[in-house]
Design a protein around this ligand. Structure first.
Ligand SMILES: [Zn+2]
Length: 382
């Protein structure tokens, strides 16, 4: 975890990579990002990535006002196998479901999270035909394991969320495609019908096909928020040396011009945690697909350039995660105390993220805060 750690948990940003063994560059992107941040902070300088640059004050704000948690390689066994035995390997190396057959080793870590994991029940037959959802056959590249979180790799990511409940932003770094994907990944987004959502069993067997009755609910504010963050990150990446990165909803795979429904993916699970249990913080979750060229194995010369591209984007992503206000430790305690009382008055379990309390909160976020914020700013600048 990168941060000054003064005893007051700051807004958390979790970056993970390496879930898919053959996507070699992801862990390098993460390590270089962490090193860049720390070196710039220590030297009190900014960071320059080609046409994208950041000031020393911006780097300072990331270190001092965020907790940036970097887990560069969540699947080291798979990576080792890909780098030494079979380069196109995707899964982990868990032999539990193989029955001794080497062709049946491994679980796709990014289909093992607890979000609509039981795809046979949750999704429509047409969605399964897309070939991206998941598989219950151990020999397949998309084998989703024997249960949600059956794998050590996904359990470790879940542990980070339990250890650092302040996490509010998440990115899982994959390749390839040249895009940054935001929620949701199971079906097309809709902002009008809160009851139509992944927790509602009435929609089992009906999810995952474009143009049908089902759409996954996302609040209009949330959707605007994640889209804006993804676009700002892409703009920063593109400005480095002109490689175009584009923001999309993760239900689509623009590189192939297709829908790409997924079950049990890290980004959907991260965002869904708040809706499954309102005591969890809401996490804005993204999947990066680095490398605009269609290969898992760019040359090292090219990969070094890609690392600069994506790290420039990650700095921008963190700047977007900065809270409007950061509190000193004693106000931190006061806030926790206040929240404890507040949650007694408006218990989140009772009202729920799809209920009227959430609607009130969204109205405040959309209307009242934009009015108050400039007034406070004027006040502070005097
Ligand atoms: Zn991947």
């Amino acid at each position: 975890m990168i941060g000054t750690g003064d005893g007051c948990p700051q807004t958390g940003v979790l970056l993970i990579s390496g879930a898919h063994a053959r996507e070699w560059g992801g862990p390098d992107i993460c390590i270089n990002f962490a090193a860049d941040l720390l070196e710039a902070y220590t030297a009190n300088t900014g960071l320059v990535y080609g046409g994208t640059s950041y000031t020393a004050a911006e780097i300072k704000s990331i270190i001092e006002r965020l907790d940036v948690i970097v887990f560069p390689d969540i699947n080291p066994d798979g990576r080792n196998y890909s780098q030494n035995t079979y380069d196109m390997w995707r899964k982990n190396r868990n032999p539990a479901s193989s029955g001794g057959d080497p062709k049946k080793i491994g679980v796709d870590v990014n289909r093992n999270y607890d979000f609509l994991w039981d795809f046979n029940t949750a999704f429509a037959p047409g969605a399964k035909a897309a070939g991206s959802l998941a598989s219950d056959k151990p020999a397949d590249d998309l084998f989703h394991g024997t249960a949600p979180f059956s794998e050590a790799e996904s359990q470790n990511v879940r542990w980070l969320y339990e250890q650092y409940p302040q996490i509010c932003w998440f990115m899982d770094i994959h390749s390839y495609g040249g895009d940054l994907l935001y929620s949701w990944g199971d079906d097309i987004n809709q902002t009008t019908t809160p009851d139509m959502n992944f927790t509602n069993p009435a929609w089992n067997g009906k999810r995952g096909v474009e143009g049908d009755a089902y759409g996954e609910y996302i609040g209009a504010c949330d959707q605007a928020n994640v889209k804006t963050a993804a676009e700002a990150t892409c703009t920063a990446i593109t400005a480095v040396r002109g490689v175009t990165y584009t923001a999309y909803q993760s239900f689509f795979l623009p590189a192939l011009g297709l829908t790409y429904p997924t079950s049990g993916a890290s980004d959907d699970w991260s965002y869904s945690r708040y809706f499954s249990d309102p005591a969890n913080k809401k996490v804005r979750a993204f999947t990066m697909e680095f490398n605009a060229a269609g290969t898992f194995f760019p040359s090292w010369a090219e990969m070094k350039l890609i690392i600069k591209d994506i790290d420039a984007g990650l700095v921008k992503f963190c700047l977007g995660a900065l809270p409007t206000y950061s509190l000193p430790w004693w106000r931190c305690r006061l806030r926790d105390f206040y929240y404890a009382i507040w949650h007694r008055v408006f218990p989140p379990e009772l009202w729920g993220p799809y209920g009227p309390w959430e609607r009130i909160r969204r109205v405040i976020e959309a209307i009242v805060i934009p009015i108050i914020r400039p007034i406070i700013k004027t006040f502070r600048n005097r």
